[in-house]
Write a protein that binds this ligand. Sequence first.
Ligand code: FAD
Ligand code: FES
Ligand code: FES
Length: 1561
Amino acid sequence: MPPNKSGLNVLSYENDDDLDLLYSFKKRGYRTTPILYVNGKQISPDLARKARPNQTLLSFLRDVLRLTGSKLGCAEGGCGACTVMISRFEKSNTASSNDEGTNDDNDGGAIKHYAVNACLMPVLAADGCHITTVEGVGSVKDDNLHPIQRAMVDMHGSQCGFCTPGIIVAIYSLLANNATTAHMEEHLDGNLCRCTGYRPIWDAARSLCSDIEDVCTNKVHEHMNAEMGVIRGPCGTPCRSCPERDSCEMDCNAKDKENGKTDQKEKSMENGGGAKSAPKENLCCSSSVDKMSSYQSVLPKDSASSWRNQPIDMFPDSLTSAPDSEIGMELFKPLLVVDSTAHGRSTWMKPTTILELLSLLRQYGESDNGCKIIVGNTEVGIETKFKHAVYPCLIYPSQTIDSLYDITITSTHFRLGACTSLGTVQQECERLIGNANVDRIAKPIYNMLRWFASTQIRNVACLGGNLVTASPISDMNPMLVSMNANLVVASISSISEGSITRRIIPVLDFFCSYRTVDLKPYELVECIDVPLTREIFEYVVPFKQARRREDDISIVTSGMRIILAPKESEHYVIEDMTLAFGGMAPTTIVASETASNLIGMPFCAQTFKKGGEILREELKLPDDVPGGQAEYRITVASSFLYQFFLTVATELKMDADKIQMDPIKYGISIPLPPLPLVEEEEMSGTQQFVSSKKPSSLGMQTYPTPKVVEGIEKKISPTPATAALQTSSNSLGKPLPHASAPFHCTGEAIYVDDIPTPPSTLHAFLLLATECDVTLKSINKEAALKIPGVVDVYTHDDLVKLGGENAIGPIMHDECVFLPVGEKIVSVGQVLGIVIGNSIEISEIGARSVKVEYGEKQVQTIVSIDDAIKAGSFYEFARHTLERGDVDSVFCSSDNKEEEKEPLSMQPRERVVKVEGSFRCGGQEHFYLETNTTLVIPSEAATNLTIYCSTQAPTKTQTYCASSTNTPASKVVVRMKRMGGGFGGKETRSIFASCAAAVAAKLVNKPVKLTLDRNVDMSTTGGRHSFVVEYRASAIATEEGEFKLHSLDAKLFSNAGCAFDLSGPVMDRALFHIDNCYFWPNFRAVGVPCKTVQPPHTAFRGFGGPQGLSACEHVIEHLALACGIHGDVLRRQSLYELGQSTPFGMTFGEQASGKWNVPRMWDELYEKLNISSRREAIDAFNKQNKWKKRGLAFIPTKFGIAFTAKFMNQGGALVHLYTDGTVLVTHGGTEMGQGLHTKVCQIAAHAFGIPLADVYVNDSSTDKVANTIPTAASQSTDLYGMATLDACRQILMRLEPIRQQMGPDASLSDLATKGFFERIDLSAHGFYAIDASRCGFNWDAPLPDDYPCDLPPNSHKGQPFNYFTQGVACTEVEIDVLSGNHRTIQADLLVDLGASLNPMIDIGQIEGAFIQGMGWSTMEEVIYADDDHAWIRPRGKVFTTGPGTYKIPAFNDVPETFNVSLLEDTENPFAVHSGKAVGEPPFFLGACVFFAIQEAIQAFRVQNGDANYFEMRMPATSERIRMMCADEFVVESIRSQKRDISPDNKALEEVIKKFQPKGSY
Ligand SMILES: Cc1cc2nc3c(=O)[nH]c(=O)nc-3n(C[C@H](O)[C@H](O)[C@H](O)COP(=O)(O)OP(=O)(O)OC[C@H]3O[C@@H](n4cnc5c(N)ncnc54)[C@H](O)[C@@H]3O)c2cc1C
Ligand code: FES
Ligand code: FES
């Protein structure tokens, strides 16, 4: 075999005479060019030949075809940003002919549509398929949006828009298959959105489903009962309060106008008849149901069928007419593609018959480089991308090989072709449920597959792939083992012989050891045979427990099968049993000892209790087991066994009933033995999510009728008369869609990675440290430089040659661009250099080839806060204390309890209640869908740099890129159009990557693009700080039984990581928020960031606030329990009252902090939700359900708005008015999905009195608005909105004389044109800085001698906040005790946003923040290699580096009822147009879910006899929920794991009592 140009062994079809391989191919002739169709057009052979064997479909679409709508979010199939639709003409492979949702032609073939992950699918696997990308769905051009794109725009389904193209295509694919709402709810499991909170996407997606009208009709009754005001409008605008109502011609409005009249009539009748209160006219409400049903009425009727038929209409005829057509004949030939480019390491072969396939395996299976079958590539793709496996020869079995794809039922078996997609298996099993022969197999397989990966993965991945991968946590393997399934393995002995040998092997025997199977390299798994079960008394049940329900690999998975037999009239006896587990050993295992002990025993609870004991012993795990969670895994496995008993008991009853009805049919004599005794409340243990319907989410959004209210602008300058030009086109205050939404939805929105690059552009990959706490001894680039396509490797020495400054960092400058040799590596993932090459793949290979030598490790690496406290590793200079009153009056400073004093202020018969404890909350990964990307273009001999960068901080990027490249800042321009999410993660942590790229670009004098892979981004950029808070707190009980908070004494430690970044201000904000909304007369909070080896942690939505607020709520819960009252009572009694002040000296009252609305909001929502009766219902539910518990939490929040550093509270804007009357605004803020540009445009449009469409914000650029501060702290609209208004007003003032001349009817265009001829400057720079008295806090300010004693303590240090955004939230959850799962049944939020500038954008921010806060507090767990996770190496490394290991909330996690309201009758004189900042404040309300979970756990513990306080740490993962329930399963599992401690030893009881699941803090 000749070596190819890259020096690797591949096949060469140019000289095929030498190749035995082509023996079979040559017989029939073969193709060397794939046949690809994209968006209705065939790809020309020239372009198609560019498709490489090891290239993903996404790379081909983006890099070769320049279709950049599909995005790269993770490259591991975990986010869905890359989703495209594959349509293929297929003959039916299924057991029978029902093909609902497909388009059968006369031959039985049909066009089938599948959503797939283009980041995993090899481009050559799309040979013979039609690919639809988002560009093929619809376009902004010619107003050609597809209804689903229109629905997403109208219903506010996009924010940053990076996930949107993938979601659009996922929905489009489901609609192409005639999805019902139930299908939609089942299958949106492969897409993540980090911004929206999903609810609006649900609304848009369901609104086009075939059954939506029926669904809405059913829901409408329920909806009409709600006490609601004005409704309707898919645009989100409530028709009855819309100023454009009269001119609006939307059908929904026409109907509503009609309904309005009727309603009016009815209302007057109601009023006349003394009926209940009328709807509130000043509130606008839009519900999911309203939007969905009204959307039906605005769909263009005449084109309704055309959009439904679009996927078929676009499908090329030439692909349906196979095999007669020319293309059809070609498609039936095998395909052989050999890569001859610099990437070339691979050959692709697509055999079309089983003999061809087996010949190839026989020929190449045992060759040096081997060959690899790939089907879905969902495993191999991950191995090549992340484990760097190299497979030079790939074999892709064609769909024409029937035995690999068929599903058949014989008299003894259910046979599944090994390459049939899991999606097809799932569909087929769903269809076969109820079929007497296979029901008991089809149902468990179907149920398991519903939770297996995602729709996109299941659409391509196959069962054979799952088995051959032999993952210890495979979901299907335990199931198949329990069902006694067999594999049929095929091979041929020689390529010339051609006779196929088949051997049968039981699935269990197939797994030899960790990821090793009994399969020779020349063998093929042809199919899987599952024996049919008995019609009665045989039961198979699947179990799965993961971190997240949807699209997550298992922690523990299991398939359990049992055969029962009636033993005379006594009882049922266990005749046979298989208990197979995944996640409990290096391979799928069978608990044979447990099973053999149970076989022959009576089928009853007692037997299974005994079984649990044996199982725990049999499945013992080592303490440092890879994957961790040893105790949890044992607990879950034994809980599964008990759930199995309960489930089978239920099914047995059904069988018994059937037999009673017809004993002859079943050949069983009656009477049957009595059924095992199971108490009613135990039965709640049978309901697992695996077999339940996926919940759907509906919501109601309510906000005050839009109106324009003057805010801070009133104080600053008068409104010029010109502003009152055309008020009828006023857009301010309206719920308008995000300005970029149409572009998001069509994939036409440009992100940095989508910018067409100059032809000479090089691609970069960072060289990262793989160790830490060791010296960097040397970097050897030699091997990398030898790789064809690698251009250079730059390190610190090269930066020095440029004269660049290596030190960077926002406050302390304690980071560096490239670590110099000889210095200590402070973090795994620290940047050592940058490799540039012709493609990102080549640069990555280059980076892996650089030889880095490390010194010896001398010290114990400090990873966690506990490590840092032990070692005294603090950023000591940032230690701050906020103090007032006399905390020590309650708590002595020493730990000696004897010395504790009673509070000085106590009345004679008052009693003090004290608590002491600690609270921990974990970190959080930003998981913006777009990773950090920078494109640096040098010009003029590299003296100038233009940097396109996804950053929240263009000026900081400019400053550091200038200093690191030794270029004057005036010659560095940073431009930012939009980011695919930021959340604080791109405030400072994008900068090191831009600096590295800038240094490379300047050195090589060519454009350099650096896009961080998801795993690199997650390993290097840091996230939210984890916190440990130690506290003591007290309340005073009065004689009347009331309680008042008295003291809080808290020590806060944050894990800041290896560099300071923004950790000081983050800690400060935690200190400023640990009071939450409660008056603590005596208060002391001391905070210090800890120095560890984690990457520098940074800003993240809430900026330390949520950590402080959560700690406060934890303390309140603890205190309430100690006081013997409900937390709600203590909370409500302790809310700040007017005149009281915060520990930092802000007094509640109109002047200082604005209106204090929290008490009012608390009372309103409490009453509206009827909390007392909800709690009664919860109590009743909890009594009836032993293993399911509900909890409800109600919490308030206030969030301070302003940067605490005074200088940062400023913003600039540049406004140009053009003579056609349109306006271009550039301001210092950046758009990351939060709708800033939209709101700024609304402000400018309002100022000029022009339609919103006439105002445009292009990008943020340091050459237009300079010296900007990062877009952060939620207050960008306050700053840039006001700066823009300032600029608009300046222009208007200049035009005022012309307005006087031309009169009130002159248009802005007339005024501008005349102004231009009169040489009036139509451009203005606006500026706004928050009043100096309303921002900035100087921790070190000394107390002036003459400080008035009536002023609140600490107010002499300044006022950190301009005002507070306030809110309250109530959530209700249900936990499943036996697994640890939870679901959020309902969430209701009421938020004070003043006079909202755009209510639907604001509600979008609230929903998104809530879901992000819910994710942080419940499921998102960042894991480091620390003491608790010794199985990860090296110490200090982050383990959670992608969607596979780190779980953000998915579609299925949204509250099932999700209602958001904006407070009425409120305003804010301290911000532009009286609005309030919204981005961060609602984040903490998401933690309400955590507190509801805590309450549910408490309910279970109380039922179990333990009403004491327990320390619930954040996040409330399924592990923590399960283990904190501390029932007998948990206790026995811990006991069985702690074998080193004697069971009689008291120490063991102590260990059990104090047990906490492991965590990284
Ligand atoms: C995002 C994501 C989520 C996932 N979630 C889950 C999950 O929830 N549960 C779970 O169990 N797994 C999960 N997986 C793992 C993976 O999807 C499965 O293992 C899948 O079934 C593999 O099938 P495939 O067709 O993609 O295999 P490929 O990647 O194409 O191949 C995998 C291996 O199987 C071999 N192979 C395939 N077919 C045959 C055959 N007929 N004969 C011989 N060898 C063959 C290949 O040579 C290769 O070694 C997930 C993967 C991803 C990327
Ligand atoms: S990029 Fe393909 S799933 Fe994330
Ligand atoms: S809009 Fe979904 S990730 Fe931003």
